[in-house]
Structures are given as C-alpha cells and as structure tokens.
Ligand binder design. Structure first.
Ligand SMILES: [Ca+2]
Ligand SMILES: [Ca+2]
Length: 155
C-alpha cells in the first residue's frame, strides 16, 4: 500500500513538471475512478474560503449539472483581489473561464472574490467531507483553503 502511494506521488510530480502545471494538483490515472492527487510544495498560506456562500451546510448534488459558487475571503494576511484566478483549482477543477466577481461576500467591509465552478468537473463523491481550493496569488504566493461539503448523488 505504501509503495503504491509513493508511486502515485512520484507519478504526480512527473505529471506536474512535464505539463508545466503550477497549481500543484494533478490527477492520478491508476484507478478506474479518477481522483485528484493533492500535493503541496513548500509552505502554502491559508486562505479563508466559503463554499456556497449563502448556504450552510454546503450540499453539492453531483448528479445535477450546474455550478458551485465559492467565495475567497479577504483577510488581514491576504487580499482576495491578489488571487490569480486562472491558477485556482477547486476539487481539481478550474474556474469557469471569465467568470468572477469582486464583491463583499461576508459583509465585513472589504472586497472578496467570488468564483464559479462547473459541478461536473469536480472530483467529489458522496462521503467526501472537505472541499479544497488551491491557487497562487499574482505575486507568486501559494495558498490553500478548505471548507466542509456534503456530497449527494440524487436525481
Ligand atoms: Ca457555505
Ligand atoms: Ca469581505
């Protein structure tokens, strides 16, 4: 078991470097069900995110097509407007291209970033309890954030 994990990690590294990919998330293709292989290089900054900002709990029905909204919240240590939107991945998926809003999502007086993702591109399945966002700022700082999710697969 350990050997297969190590092989996955090495495979992921090779895939990332050969693809010139900078988001640190790569996909293993060793299983029948594709799952994201999440790695980190060095340290990453924590960033507050809110999956489905106007919902709690964050129920995502992966059976139904549609989009999931995610707020990247500005904090004293990181301004959400510095996020390089194209670098952001949520559960392995990129943002819906061209779609982003800068707005005060949490009503605390500073501007946050609202991003949108196609549900059918997310590597989430029933039983998953966390949704993770990775990305880079436009100054080259890596960040991650996570929030709880409740994944359902209902028609
Ligand atoms: Ca929420
Ligand atoms: Ca705010």
């Amino acid at each position: 078991m350990k050997k297969s994990i190590i092989a996955l990690v090495i495979g992921g590294l090779v895939a990332v470097f050969t693809a010139g990919c900078f988001d640190g998330v790569s996909i293993s293709n060793t299983g029948s069900k594709m799952k994201p292989l999440v790695r980190t290089i060095g340290t990453t900054r924590h960033l507050d995110i809110d999956i489905k900002p106007w919902s709690n709990p964050n129920v995502i029905n992966v059976r139904r097509p549609g989009r999931v909204d995610i707020a990247v919240l500005t904090t004293p240590t990181l301004d959400a407007q510095q996020v390089a939107i194209k670098s952001v991945r949520f559960a392995g998926a990129p943002t819906i291209s061209g779609l982003a809003e800068i707005t005060d999502v949490d009503g605390d007086g500073d501007l946050d970033l609202l991003l949108f993702f196609h549900k059918q591109h997310l590597y989430l399945e029933p039983g998953d309890t966390e949704g993770v966002v990775f990305g880079w700022t436009d100054k080259g700082k890596r960040f991650h954030g996570l929030d709880t999710v409740q994944i359902v697969d209902d028609k």
